[in-house]
Write a protein that binds this ligand. Sequence first.
Ligand code: PGA
Length: 265
Amino acid sequence: MRKCLIVANWKLNNNTNTIKKFFHELKKNDHIIINTACHIAIAPSLMYLYLIKKYTINYPNIDLAAQNVDIHLSGAFTGDISAAMLKDIGVRYVIIGHSERKKYHKENNKNIAKKFEILKKTGLTPILCIGENQQEKKNGQTESICATQLETIFKLLGPQAFENAIIAYEPIWAIGTGITDTPENIQATHNFIRNYIAHYNTSIANQTIIQYGGSVNHTNINNLLIQPDIDGVLVGTASLTASTFTKIIKHAQKIKYSSLKINNI
Ligand code: PGA
């Protein structure tokens, strides 16, 4: 069974005060957070990774995630952070290929594939974001765009690339807009992605976690997670406060693990 992975992508938000508040609030919901079978990760600004590490010490199911990584492991690259450094401080997942990094930092598929490669070599888990923009959606190019983004990775790393990696399908037009596609359409794209990997390797395709991201909140999570190929979610805005994030986890627990008897949820 693929695990349900819920990742909070805090982007360029939060600070020591709001993070303190977040964990104070989260503590009130410990019965949900500690007992859930869902796996959780928080991707703060790099500045606050240590702080999150400190706050999550008593939450074995909350992992550290990073929002970016450099393609080099060390050297004269001012301002960059390497996979080795992230691993050193206990990071498990690294988000790469996010559309905001493509837009504001001109990242492209080739450069993202290199990041994917360095993460795999270092033993970190890439969360590879893929997805189409609004025009591409209108043109009916969703599948071909996702295929191209996946193919760059396959070309560089071969069929084993997605073993223990995670894909986040994030339609760019759905990010931060409050607009989402129908759960059925999203499921169809997730199924396309899984089948695409299956052309290379069926067992890897069956174990690959495919998350959905783009305006996920506690009101739409149920209809998303009942879809068979939506294994988890990458959450931006709704992950910024503990109350909304906890609601998402509570719903995910119910949908994905309802057969498990967990007290007080
Ligand atoms: P959003 O962001 O939940 O605010 O749409 C998601 C993301 O960009 O990962």
